[in-house]
Structures are given as C-alpha cells and as structure tokens.
Design a protein around this ligand. Sequence first.
Ligand code: H79
Length: 441
Amino acid sequence: MSGSSGASSIEQRTERTRGFLRDRFGMFIHWGLYAIPARGEWVRSVERISAWDYQPYFEEFNPERYDPKEWAKTAKAAGMKYAVLTAKHHDGFCLFDSELTDYKSTNTKCGRDLVREFLEAFRAEGLKVGLYYSLLDWHHPDYPGYGDRHHPMRDDEAYKRDPARFDVYLDYMHGQVRELLTNYGKLDIMWFDFSYEELTGEAWRATELMETLRSLQPHIIVDNRLEGGGEGGGSIYTSDPTVYSGDFASPEQIIPPSGVTDEDGQSIPWEACITLNNNWGYCASDRAYKSAKTVIRKLVECVSKNGNLLLNVGPDAKGEIPRESLDVLAEVGEWMRRNGDSIYGCGEAGLPKPEWGRYTRSGDKLYAHLLEESVGPINLAGLAGRVKRARLLADGSELILSRPWNVGLFEKDAFVSFAKPEHFTYPLPDERDTVIELTLD
Ligand code: H79
C-alpha cells in the first residue's frame, strides 16, 4: 500500500471528525442549472444533451426566490447541524464566482455568488458548512468525453481528447478547489464526487490536492471519493490509508447493514447520503417523498450504527425547497426538538439489536427507540439490575421499571412500562419513534 502514515493518520482522522460525528444530521443541497429541466441532476448525461442544447438553461437561470436564510432556518428547525451545497456538479456549472471560468452564476441573469450567500446564511444560524465539488466536469473542454460512459458526448468522436490535456483540467480543478478554500472563510467539510474506473487517487493528483487542502484549512474534513469506485472502495477501510483516503466513508442511498468498521472491527467515521424523494436535483415529476416517520427511523438507524445522515433537498429553478420536503423537515424537526438527546453525541449502544426497535447511547444514557408495539412490559434484554431510571424522553415523565409476575422466564432482563398496571404499554405515545431514556448504573 502507498499509505504513508498508518496509525497516526487514523488518530488524526478520529480527532478531525469528532465534532462532525456528534452532529449526526445534516442537509445536502443539490442545486444548479438542472433545476430548470427539472429531470434530475444527471439529465445532461442521461439524455445526452449537447453543450449547445444545455446552454439555454445558463441563459435563463434566474432564481429570484433564492433566500439561503430561509434554507438555513429550515435546516436548523429540522434539527440539522450542518449543510453541504453543490458548488459545482457534474455539468460543470459553478455556483460561485470563480476566476477560472465564465460558466458561473455571477455571469447569469441572477448575477449572485450563490455559494457565498449560502455560507453566510448557514453560518449565521450556527450551522457548520460544507461544499460539494464534482471531480467530473462535462463542460470543461479538457475533461475526457468520448468513451467515458458518464459523459453526455460519450459517443461523439469530436469529443475525443488528448489524454495529456487532462492535466489542463486538473490544473483548473485544483485551482477551483483552492479558490473555494481561500476566498470563502472557514469550511467544515469538502465533499468530492467521484472516482471511477482509472480516474481515482493520483489520477486526480490527489496527494497534491490534499496537501493544498490541509495547508489552507487544517480542520476541514473530506469524504472518501478521491479514491475508490464511486461510493465504494478506497483505503479508508484499511489500517494503512493514503493521504487522500478521506475522513469519512460516504455510502450513497444505502445504510450499511452493520455500520462501517475496519479489519479489526474499529468503527470508521461514516455518513449515509440519502435523497428525500428519488432524485438529488429537483425533479418535478418525482413525488415519491419519504415520510417524516421514515426519515426519523433512518436517522436513528444511522446513529445506532455510529453513522451520520446527510439528507438531501433539491431546490427548484426559482430557488425554493419543494413544499413536500419542507413539510417532512418540519415534522422531523418537531420530533428532534423533543428527542434530539437520543441523536446528538450518541452512537452504537454495544448491545444486541432489541426486538422492538433500536438502541442509541451516550455515556450512561441508553436510549430505547420503540419502533414496534409491545404486548406487555417492554423487555430490556440482559439489563436486569443495570437500569437506575426510565423516563419518556419527549416529556420527561417517569416510566415504571417493573418485574412482571412471570419474571422467572426472564431473570437476566429488565422491564419498563408506561403506567400501572405494568402491562400497559399499548399504544405507543409516538408511533414514529417513542424514545425511552434509561440511566444506567
Ligand atoms: O451528487 C449525487 C449524484 O448525482 C452522484 N452522487 C450523489 C451524491 C452520483 N450518483 N450516482 N452516481 C453519482 C454514480 C452514477 C450513477 C449512474 Fe445513473 C447510473 C449514472 C448513470 C446510471 C443514476 C442513474 C444517475 C443517472 C441515472
């Protein structure tokens, strides 16, 4: 392996990601020219749209209702602690005032540096901020086109490139990353997307890029997509990561069944990124929004496996987050205000997954997330004599730690119920997720 730093680099990674992993819940924002065709952010590739035919979206782009202060309030009210915006997606359009291209928001009708306004608004709400930057670029003339299965002009001989010119693109890409890290104040997260086939690691001049990045912003954390295939591989999973292995794994549209661990079973920082409907970029016809109940349960699942959830919104061409997304986020926020103690700073409980749901834990506080109705007192397997107190997290009310009459069957277990008689546990007070806070001895 080319990993140069072994254990000490893993220690540094642990140090850098500590705060991020306490935050647990963030907002991903996919926004760009593709909000106008409104068929998802891959529209140019999927429909093989030429540069000529994509140009009208640049001419037309004018999101008059872009109000990042509203977005920031929405994220904060949802209980999110950080946000990541697409400074540039695969189509190459820059939402910031880059000196290295004309293909940027400041040259459209709106004339605004959308990234700068985003950063200012979210920081003002006390949220941490990150930028997504696409390694792919379907607009840049020196990005390989012909033969690249992702590129809109993949079959067009005219888009054949001299591979030597890829370095010209890399200068551009490195230069833009430098701009973002130099001109926009402190960034908390840099989210690169993505490596594939031979375009991985040093093909991006990744060591050089990481040295620039760490020298400009020593505390920034980076995802793991400068190497590996897409969301997959990479040396972050090994005990000898490269300098560009990243600080956290980034499973996309999946929650890892048993979290993410290295060969020795040590937890690796990770963040699942998940869409609210079935698209990242705004898709007018996609109304398959997840319910608040699903989002809450998926967030709990991530935390119970030591992971974060980066939940996506795709604002429309006017700059508004879709109504359905706002409704779901508001309801998630209402739950988070009462139950956030079972999320922030919490992680895996070190107990087997219970029959009725999941555990999360922080120190001596064990949170029982009841996701399924129980008949009779709720069984806390193996916790006999270990629970000092039980409270309903949402309102702080006392719950009853009791021994059922047929305790002989369950000597090693503790039991909790909502009221006397002690078999009263139906129905659950919150059918999305009822959280019991248990104080352990
Ligand atoms: O930015 C979001 C996606 O656009 C990007 N990563 C997240 C965070 C991404 N998703 N998938 N991929 C990159 C890998 C490529 C998937 C593809 Fe396809 C499968 C490209 C073509 C077929 C998905 C389905 C995209 C278009 C159709």
